[in-house]
Write a protein that binds this ligand. Sequence first.
Ligand SMILES: Nc1ncnc2c1ncn2[C@@H]1O[C@H](COP(=O)(O)OP(=O)(O)OP(=O)(O)O)[C@@H](O)[C@H]1O
Ligand SMILES: [Mg+2]
Length: 257
Amino acid sequence: MKTLSIINLKGGVAKTISSVNMAHVMAAVHGYKVLLIDNDKQGNASKIMNRHSYKKPGIAEIMTKRHIDMEQIIQETDYPNLDIVTANMNLLSANLEVMLDQQRPQQIRIKKALDQISSKYDYCVIDNAPDINISTINALVASDDVMIPITIDDFALDGLEELKEQINNTKEDLNPSLNFAGCFITQYDRQNEADVQGEEFLNTLEYPVFSTHIRRTPKMKPSTFARKPILEYSNRCGAAIDYKKLVEEYISKTKGE
Ligand SMILES: Nc1ncnc2c1ncn2[C@@H]1O[C@H](COP(=O)(O)OP(=O)(O)OP(=O)(O)O)[C@@H](O)[C@H]1O
Ligand SMILES: [Mg+2]
Protein backbone atom coordinates (compact mmCIF):
# COMPACT_ATOMS: atom_id res chain seq x y z
CA MET A 1 0.00 0.00 0.00
CA LYS A 2 1.20 3.47 -0.92
CA THR A 3 0.05 6.26 1.38
CA LEU A 4 -0.46 9.81 0.11
CA SER A 5 -1.04 12.82 2.38
CA ILE A 6 -2.79 15.87 0.95
CA ILE A 7 -1.75 18.78 3.12
CA ASN A 8 -1.44 22.58 3.30
CA LEU A 9 -1.43 24.88 6.32
CA LYS A 10 -3.86 27.14 4.46
CA GLY A 11 -7.61 26.55 4.57
CA GLY A 12 -9.90 26.36 1.55
CA VAL A 13 -7.26 25.30 -1.00
CA ALA A 14 -9.20 22.13 -1.97
CA LYS A 15 -7.41 19.60 0.24
CA THR A 16 -10.65 17.74 0.91
CA ILE A 17 -11.98 17.97 -2.65
CA SER A 18 -8.62 16.70 -3.93
CA SER A 19 -8.37 13.84 -1.40
CA VAL A 20 -11.89 12.62 -2.06
CA ASN A 21 -11.64 12.91 -5.82
CA MET A 22 -8.15 11.46 -6.18
CA ALA A 23 -9.15 8.51 -3.99
CA HIS A 24 -12.35 8.03 -6.00
CA VAL A 25 -10.50 8.19 -9.36
CA MET A 26 -7.91 5.66 -8.13
CA ALA A 27 -10.75 3.28 -7.25
CA ALA A 28 -13.28 3.98 -10.01
CA VAL A 29 -10.98 4.53 -13.01
CA HIS A 30 -7.93 2.42 -12.12
CA GLY A 31 -9.68 -0.30 -10.11
CA TYR A 32 -7.29 0.06 -7.18
CA LYS A 33 -8.37 -0.85 -3.66
CA VAL A 34 -8.31 2.51 -1.88
CA LEU A 35 -8.67 3.66 1.72
CA LEU A 36 -9.58 7.32 2.26
CA ILE A 37 -8.70 8.68 5.71
CA ASP A 38 -10.40 11.80 7.00
CA ASN A 39 -7.84 13.36 9.33
CA ASP A 40 -9.65 16.65 9.95
CA LYS A 41 -12.08 17.27 12.80
CA GLN A 42 -14.30 19.22 10.34
CA GLY A 43 -15.15 15.79 8.88
CA ASN A 44 -15.75 17.20 5.41
CA ALA A 45 -14.42 14.16 3.53
CA SER A 46 -16.68 11.97 5.69
CA LYS A 47 -19.61 14.25 4.88
CA ILE A 48 -18.99 14.17 1.11
CA MET A 49 -18.84 10.36 1.37
CA ASN A 50 -22.08 10.39 3.39
CA ARG A 51 -20.48 8.68 6.38
CA HIS A 52 -20.14 11.47 8.97
CA SER A 53 -21.35 10.21 12.33
CA TYR A 54 -20.74 10.25 16.09
CA LYS A 55 -21.91 6.66 16.53
CA LYS A 56 -19.05 4.91 14.76
CA PRO A 57 -15.34 4.97 15.64
CA GLY A 58 -12.88 6.67 13.30
CA ILE A 59 -9.61 8.57 13.29
CA ALA A 60 -10.05 9.80 16.92
CA GLU A 61 -10.04 6.19 18.13
CA ILE A 62 -6.98 5.39 15.98
CA MET A 63 -5.18 8.24 17.74
CA THR A 64 -6.19 7.32 21.30
CA LYS A 65 -7.01 3.61 21.68
CA ARG A 66 -4.20 1.17 22.30
CA HIS A 67 -5.62 -2.02 20.78
CA ILE A 68 -7.75 -1.01 17.85
CA ASP A 69 -9.16 -3.38 15.30
CA MET A 70 -9.06 -1.63 11.94
CA GLU A 71 -11.82 -3.93 10.66
CA GLN A 72 -14.12 -2.17 13.16
CA ILE A 73 -13.01 1.30 12.13
CA ILE A 74 -12.94 1.09 8.34
CA GLN A 75 -16.31 1.61 6.66
CA GLU A 76 -17.36 0.93 3.11
CA THR A 77 -18.42 3.88 0.97
CA ASP A 78 -21.13 3.82 -1.68
CA TYR A 79 -18.40 3.24 -4.28
CA PRO A 80 -16.73 -0.08 -5.15
CA ASN A 81 -13.08 -0.43 -4.04
CA LEU A 82 -13.27 2.72 -1.89
CA ASP A 83 -13.37 2.51 1.93
CA ILE A 84 -13.13 5.27 4.52
CA VAL A 85 -11.92 6.05 8.05
CA THR A 86 -14.15 8.91 9.19
CA ALA A 87 -13.51 11.97 11.37
CA ASN A 88 -15.62 14.19 13.57
CA MET A 89 -15.08 16.82 16.28
CA ASN A 90 -13.87 14.09 18.68
CA LEU A 91 -10.50 14.42 16.95
CA LEU A 92 -10.00 17.70 18.83
CA SER A 93 -10.03 16.08 22.28
CA ALA A 94 -8.27 12.99 20.93
CA ASN A 95 -5.32 15.13 19.82
CA LEU A 96 -5.17 16.78 23.26
CA GLU A 97 -5.28 13.37 24.92
CA VAL A 98 -2.37 12.16 22.78
CA MET A 99 -0.33 15.24 23.67
CA LEU A 100 -0.81 14.54 27.40
CA ASP A 101 -0.04 10.84 27.08
CA GLN A 102 3.68 10.40 27.66
CA GLN A 103 3.39 6.64 28.11
CA ARG A 104 3.22 5.65 24.47
CA PRO A 105 4.92 7.07 21.38
CA GLN A 106 2.75 9.90 20.05
CA GLN A 107 3.71 10.16 16.39
CA ILE A 108 3.35 6.59 15.09
CA ARG A 109 -0.26 5.83 15.94
CA ILE A 110 -1.69 6.18 12.42
CA LYS A 111 1.31 4.30 11.02
CA LYS A 112 0.75 1.37 13.40
CA ALA A 113 -2.93 1.26 12.49
CA LEU A 114 -2.18 1.29 8.76
CA ASP A 115 0.42 -1.47 9.14
CA GLN A 116 -2.48 -3.76 10.14
CA ILE A 117 -4.23 -3.37 6.78
CA SER A 118 -1.48 -2.48 4.33
CA SER A 119 -1.80 -5.74 2.38
CA LYS A 120 -5.50 -5.07 1.74
CA TYR A 121 -5.18 -1.79 -0.13
CA ASP A 122 -3.19 -0.42 -3.07
CA TYR A 123 -3.48 3.22 -1.99
CA CYS A 124 -4.37 5.18 1.11
CA VAL A 125 -5.18 8.89 0.73
CA ILE A 126 -5.19 11.09 3.84
CA ASP A 127 -7.11 14.39 3.92
CA ASN A 128 -5.52 16.68 6.50
CA ALA A 129 -6.58 19.74 8.48
CA PRO A 130 -5.14 23.19 7.65
CA ASP A 131 -2.76 22.86 10.58
CA ILE A 132 0.28 21.11 11.94
CA ASN A 133 -0.91 19.18 14.96
CA ILE A 134 -0.24 15.73 16.35
CA SER A 135 -2.61 13.99 13.93
CA THR A 136 -1.12 15.73 10.87
CA ILE A 137 2.36 14.75 12.09
CA ASN A 138 1.04 11.18 12.46
CA ALA A 139 -0.18 11.39 8.85
CA LEU A 140 3.27 12.50 7.62
CA VAL A 141 4.95 9.70 9.57
CA ALA A 142 2.56 7.18 7.97
CA SER A 143 2.92 8.53 4.42
CA ASP A 144 5.08 7.65 1.43
CA ASP A 145 4.18 10.80 -0.51
CA VAL A 146 2.95 14.31 0.20
CA MET A 147 1.08 16.56 -2.23
CA ILE A 148 0.27 20.21 -1.56
CA PRO A 149 -2.76 21.77 -3.26
CA ILE A 150 -2.39 25.49 -3.92
CA THR A 151 -5.08 27.99 -4.86
CA ILE A 152 -3.64 31.13 -6.41
CA ASP A 153 -4.40 34.22 -4.37
CA ASP A 154 -2.48 36.99 -2.69
CA PHE A 155 -1.35 34.66 0.10
CA ALA A 156 -1.06 31.45 -1.91
CA LEU A 157 2.46 30.62 -0.74
CA ASP A 158 1.94 31.47 2.94
CA GLY A 159 3.00 28.63 5.19
CA LEU A 160 4.70 26.71 2.39
CA GLU A 161 8.18 27.13 3.86
CA GLU A 162 6.97 26.08 7.32
CA LEU A 163 5.26 23.05 5.83
CA LYS A 164 8.38 22.08 3.88
CA GLU A 165 10.39 22.34 7.06
CA GLN A 166 7.90 20.08 8.85
CA ILE A 167 8.12 17.55 5.99
CA ASN A 168 11.94 17.66 6.18
CA ASN A 169 11.94 17.27 9.96
CA THR A 170 9.59 14.30 9.76
CA LYS A 171 11.79 12.78 7.07
CA GLU A 172 14.92 13.28 9.16
CA ASP A 173 13.54 12.10 12.50
CA LEU A 174 10.80 9.58 11.85
CA ASN A 175 10.17 8.66 8.21
CA PRO A 176 13.28 8.71 5.98
CA SER A 177 11.39 7.53 2.91
CA LEU A 178 8.86 10.39 2.95
CA ASN A 179 8.71 11.95 -0.52
CA PHE A 180 7.47 15.47 -1.30
CA ALA A 181 5.81 14.57 -4.62
CA GLY A 182 4.92 18.18 -5.37
CA CYS A 183 2.45 21.06 -5.37
CA PHE A 184 -0.52 21.32 -7.72
CA ILE A 185 -2.77 24.24 -8.54
CA THR A 186 -6.48 23.97 -7.76
CA GLN A 187 -9.48 26.12 -8.65
CA TYR A 188 -7.59 27.37 -11.72
CA ASP A 189 -9.30 29.92 -13.96
CA ARG A 190 -7.49 30.64 -17.21
CA GLN A 191 -9.56 33.80 -17.77
CA ASN A 192 -8.01 35.19 -14.62
CA GLU A 193 -4.65 36.84 -15.24
CA ALA A 194 -3.59 36.29 -11.63
CA ASP A 195 -4.03 32.51 -11.98
CA VAL A 196 -2.03 32.42 -15.22
CA GLN A 197 0.80 34.50 -13.76
CA GLY A 198 0.65 32.70 -10.42
CA GLU A 199 1.13 29.36 -12.17
CA GLU A 200 4.11 30.71 -14.12
CA PHE A 201 5.60 32.11 -10.92
CA LEU A 202 5.14 28.84 -9.02
CA ASN A 203 7.05 27.06 -11.78
CA THR A 204 10.04 29.35 -11.24
CA LEU A 205 10.37 28.40 -7.56
CA GLU A 206 12.39 25.48 -6.27
CA TYR A 207 9.31 23.41 -5.34
CA PRO A 208 8.33 20.42 -7.48
CA VAL A 209 5.04 21.26 -9.27
CA PHE A 210 2.67 18.87 -11.06
CA SER A 211 2.01 19.90 -14.65
CA THR A 212 -1.70 19.12 -14.19
CA HIS A 213 -3.78 21.92 -12.69
CA ILE A 214 -7.38 21.51 -11.55
CA ARG A 215 -9.79 23.88 -13.25
CA ARG A 216 -12.39 25.80 -11.28
CA THR A 217 -15.86 24.54 -12.07
CA PRO A 218 -19.30 25.76 -10.96
CA LYS A 219 -20.24 22.08 -10.59
CA MET A 220 -17.90 21.52 -7.62
CA LYS A 221 -19.97 23.15 -4.87
CA PRO A 222 -23.22 21.41 -5.90
CA SER A 223 -21.30 18.10 -6.07
CA THR A 224 -20.54 18.48 -2.35
CA PHE A 225 -24.18 19.25 -1.55
CA ALA A 226 -25.12 16.16 -3.54
CA ARG A 227 -22.50 14.23 -1.49
CA LYS A 228 -20.82 12.91 -4.62
CA PRO A 229 -17.32 12.77 -6.10
CA ILE A 230 -17.10 15.05 -9.15
CA LEU A 231 -16.75 12.10 -11.54
CA GLU A 232 -20.15 10.82 -10.36
CA TYR A 233 -21.76 14.26 -10.35
CA SER A 234 -20.50 15.65 -13.66
CA ASN A 235 -18.01 13.42 -15.42
CA ARG A 236 -17.47 15.83 -18.32
CA CYS A 237 -16.60 18.97 -16.39
CA GLY A 238 -13.03 20.29 -16.44
CA ALA A 239 -12.24 19.36 -12.84
CA ALA A 240 -13.37 15.74 -13.35
CA ILE A 241 -11.07 15.44 -16.36
CA ASP A 242 -8.25 17.17 -14.45
CA TYR A 243 -8.47 14.92 -11.37
CA LYS A 244 -8.17 11.89 -13.68
CA LYS A 245 -5.09 13.47 -15.27
CA LEU A 246 -3.60 14.37 -11.90
CA VAL A 247 -3.98 10.81 -10.62
CA GLU A 248 -2.27 9.50 -13.75
CA GLU A 249 0.56 11.99 -13.30
CA TYR A 250 0.92 11.08 -9.61
CA ILE A 251 0.94 7.33 -10.30
CA SER A 252 3.48 7.59 -13.12
CA LYS A 253 5.67 10.05 -11.16
CA THR A 254 5.86 7.78 -8.11
CA LYS A 255 5.91 4.41 -9.85
CA GLY A 256 8.67 2.11 -8.69
CA GLU A 257 9.52 4.23 -5.66
N1 LIG B 1 -12.06 22.81 -8.84
C1 LIG B 1 -12.91 23.52 -8.09
N2 LIG B 1 -13.81 24.34 -8.67
C2 LIG B 1 -14.67 25.08 -7.94
N3 LIG B 1 -14.73 25.06 -6.59
C3 LIG B 1 -13.86 24.27 -5.95
C4 LIG B 1 -12.90 23.46 -6.64
N4 LIG B 1 -12.17 22.79 -5.73
C5 LIG B 1 -12.63 23.15 -4.52
N5 LIG B 1 -13.66 24.04 -4.64
C6 LIG B 1 -14.44 24.66 -3.55
O1 LIG B 1 -13.55 25.30 -2.68
C7 LIG B 1 -13.99 25.18 -1.35
C8 LIG B 1 -12.87 24.65 -0.48
O2 LIG B 1 -12.59 23.30 -0.86
P1 LIG B 1 -12.14 22.23 0.24
O3 LIG B 1 -13.16 22.12 1.31
O4 LIG B 1 -11.74 20.99 -0.47
O5 LIG B 1 -10.84 22.98 0.81
P2 LIG B 1 -9.93 22.52 2.05
O6 LIG B 1 -8.54 22.92 1.71
O7 LIG B 1 -10.18 21.11 2.37
O8 LIG B 1 -10.53 23.45 3.20
P3 LIG B 1 -10.23 23.30 4.78
O9 LIG B 1 -8.90 23.92 5.01
O10 LIG B 1 -11.35 24.04 5.43
O11 LIG B 1 -10.24 21.84 5.11
C9 LIG B 1 -15.23 24.32 -1.37
O12 LIG B 1 -16.38 25.14 -1.32
C10 LIG B 1 -15.14 23.61 -2.70
O13 LIG B 1 -16.43 23.30 -3.21
MG1 LIG C 1 -10.75 20.18 4.15
